[in-house]
Design a binder for this molecule. Structure first.
Ligand code: TXA
Ligand code: MG
Length: 354
């Protein structure tokens, strides 16, 4: 099945056994130096050959991405890694054995073939092997490692469906492979293994607890927990506005009852000011609030479920045309660390602790 939105073609493919004709068409575009949006197990990515600087520049242009925020390189197998990195630190070997393919990006010393545009001139490169049949088939058919950031306009929530990609990038890219909703819902974990102890630069689909069980102590970059990354962040992506719906989002964090009380008070104040209030909350809290738009991100007892629905919920507030969004925090264990990192960034500093 195929549809067209402005100049962008959307090709539907089976998520388990993608049609080889669709894959080879997409791979041909990549080999010819163009960009293609495709699903991974985390979010949709916007790919180009990592060995072709000109092609990689098209990614930055389509997304409106600042040119000092490096891209993740995707490989289909360990053999391809040799084209991407100069060496593999021991901690990386162990983590690849455990978590590849999967939502774990490892920052390693950059190999000479990778275009400097991918890493924005850094001598390190982030690499991962995605755990999605469509992504794997595409990388294999292209025959080159694929540089791919999330397929959203810079600053917007990452896309977990092809519709989200089209919302942001229609007419700016030639092709989207549509394999339905992605699974994990937040992006990969980014871990710098060029230093000892390794440093967590972005929490994601593989949890901090899982990393530490595999390789021992991991340092957490202060920006992950909400500190201002300052002028020279360790991961350039830390300093940019991110994941933002159109309306300002206020994150309220603390014990459940206090959080609910604070959100109720704030909702009342904004409603009295004549504002259209949106609330983003857990399934457990739904009955507690009165507001024109209340969206759930799932149960606090299932943080993986929350992660998988989070970005779609943030985008949904745009359609409801709210003036302000009040969001409930979750505990920062397991996937909660990645969820809270995204919510804090969507809030852009508007965080209230109760
Ligand atoms: O799940 C994912 O990782 C998705 C899918 C498409 O694979 N990709 C993704 O890419 O989220 P992007 O570009 O949205 O986020 C990449 C993050 C940025 O925060 C960037 O700063 C960081 O990884 N990064 C990339 N290369 C780096 C490097 N060499 N050193 C430090 N941070 C790096
Ligand atoms: Mg992104």
């Amino acid at each position: 099945m195929e549809r067209k939105v402005a100049g962008t073609r959307v090709l539907q493919v089976d998520s388990a056994e993608p049609d080889p004709a669709a894959i080879s068409e997409a791979a041909a575009l990549l080999r010819a130096g163009d960009v293609v949006a495709f699903p991974t197990e985390t979010v949709y990515g916007l790919g180009a050959s990592a060995l072709d600087g000109q092609a990689v520049r098209r990614i930055y242009a389509a997304k409106g991405r600042p040119s000092d925020n490096p891209l993740i390189v995707h490989v289909a197998d360990r053999a391809q890694l040799a084209d991407v990195v100069a060496s593999v630190p021991p901690a990386a070997e162990r983590l690849m054995d455990l978590y590849w393919p999967g939502p774990l990006t490892l920052v390693m010393p950059k190999g000479p073939k990778v275009a400097p545009e991918v890493t924005c001139g850094l001598d390190t490169v982030g690499v991962r092997m995605p755990d999605h049949p469509v992504a794997q088939a595409l990388i294999r058919a292209a025959g080159v490692p694929i540089a791919a950031p999330s397929a959203n306009r810079s600053g917007r929530p990452s896309p977990t469906t092809a519709e989200h990609v089209v919302e942001d990038l229609a007419d700016r890219i030639p092709l989207v492979l549509d394999a339905g909703e992605t699974g994990v819902g937040v992006e990969s974990t980014v871990l710098d293994v060029t230093v000892d102890p390794p440093v967590l630069l972005r929490p994601g689909g593989v949890t901090l607890e899982e990393l530490e069980a595999a390789i021992g102590h991991v340092e957490v970059a202060p920006a992950v927990l909400g500190a201002d990354p300052g002028e020279r962040p360790r991961s350039p992506g830390m300093k940019y506005k991110h994941y933002a719906p159109r309306a300002p989002l206020i994150l309220v964090d603390g014990p459940v009852i206090q959080m609910q009380n604070k959100i109720r008070d704030l909702a009342m104040e904004y409603l009295e000011e004549g504002k259209r209030v949106g609330i983003l909350c857990s399934a457990e809290s739904r009955g507690v609030y009165v507001a024109p738009v209340i969206l759930e991100y799932g149960s606090r007892a299932d943080l993986s479920g929350v992660a998988s629905d989070l970005f779609a919920a943030l985008r949904a507030f745009d359609r409801h045309g709210v003036d302000v969004i009040l969001a409930e925090g979750v505990p920062e264990t397991g996937m909660g660390l990645a969820i809270m990192n995204r919510l804090r960034r969507a809030a852009g500093g508007r965080v209230i602790r109760v």
